[in-house]
Write a protein that binds this ligand. Structure first.
Ligand SMILES: [Cu+2]
Length: 219
C-alpha cells in the first residue's frame, strides 16, 4: 500500500486549502451533489492513512481520522448534530484495492441524490494552459467499480433497519457527499471493505474503534 508520488502533494494542497479557507469552500465550488448553501451545514472531514502502527503481531494498518481544528484526531467517537445537512469530505491516501463485504457496498446510499463526487488523478487530469493550470475537476457517481474500491464510510441503519449511509471510497481519491441526519441517536460507522488483519481481513483495524469502525452520536 505505498502511496503514489502525486497523491501526497494533492492531499497537502487540499489540506492547506482546507486549513486556510475551510474545506467547505472547496466542496461548494467543485460541483458536489448538493451545493451547500445557507446556514446549518456541518462539515465532517475524514482522512484515511495507511502504515499506522497497530501492534507487533499485526504490524501496520489503515485508519480513518477526523480532520478537526487543523489536525488529525481519533474517529472512535464522532458526534454530529441532529436534523442537519452534513457535508462530508474523505481524503484517502490509500492506493490499495479490496473487495467489499457485500456487493451493495459498492453503491452510494443515503446521500443527497444517492451520489458522491469523486476526484482522483485520472479524473482531475489537469494540464498546463495559458501560463496557468487547466483543471478538469472530478465526477459525480452513484457507485464505485469493484476494481478500484479501497474503503467505505458506512453508518449502519442510519435511516432505519437495513438502510445505511454508504459512501464508497476509491483508491487514492478525495470523495465528497452530503447527507442529512435525523433525530438524536446512537449508531455505528464502519468500513465495509475488509482491510484489516487476519486471514479474512476483518481483525485488527476492522475490529478496533478509531481505525475502521467507531460510534456515531447524533445529538
Ligand atoms: Cu477499510
Amino acid at each position: 500500500m505505498n502511496m503514489n508520488n502525486w497523491f501526497p502533494a494533492v492531499i497537502a494542497t487540499l489540506l492547506v486549502i482546507g486549513a486556510g479557507i475551510g474545506v467547505g469552500y472547496v466542496l461548494e465550488n467543485v460541483g458536489s451533489p448538493q451545493a451547500a448553501s445557507g446556514n446549518g451545514i456541518y462539515h465532517l472531514d475524514l482522512v484515511v492513512t495507511t502504515d499506522n502502527y497497530f501492534n507487533a503481531s499485526v504490524g501496520q494498518q489503515p485508519a480513518f481520522f477526523v480532520l478537526s481544528g487543523g489536525k488529525l484526531v481519533s474517529s472512535a467517537n464522532i458526534t454530529l448534530p441532529s436534523d442537519t445537512t452534513i457535508a462530508v469530505t474523505i481524503f484517502n491516501y490509500d492506493n490499495g484495492n479490496g473487495t467489499p463485504s457485500a456487493p451493495q457496498f459498492l453503491n452510494v446510499t443515503g446521500t443527497t441524490g444517492g451520489t458522491e463526487f469523486v476526484m482522483n488523478n485520472t479524473l482531475v487530469n489537469s494540464t498546463y494552459s495559458g501560463n496557468s493550470i487547466s483543471v478538469s475537476g472530478g465526477e459525480t457517481v452513484s457507485s464505485v467499480n469493484v476494481s478500484v474500491i479501497s474503503h467505505t464510510f458506512t453508518i449502519l441503519n442510519l435511516y432505519g433497519t437495513g438502510s445505511n449511509l454508504n459512501i464508497p471510497v476509491p483508491e487514492s481519491s478525495v470523495v465528497q457527499a452530503t447527507f442529512t441526519t435525523g433525530a438524536p441517536g446512537q449508531f455505528i460507522w464502519m468500513c465495509q471493505v475488509p482491510c484489516g488483519s487476519g486471514i479474512d481481513g476483518v481483525s485488527g483495524a476492522m475490529a478496533t474503534a478509531g481505525w475502521m469502525t467507531g460510534s456515531i452520536t447524533i445529538s
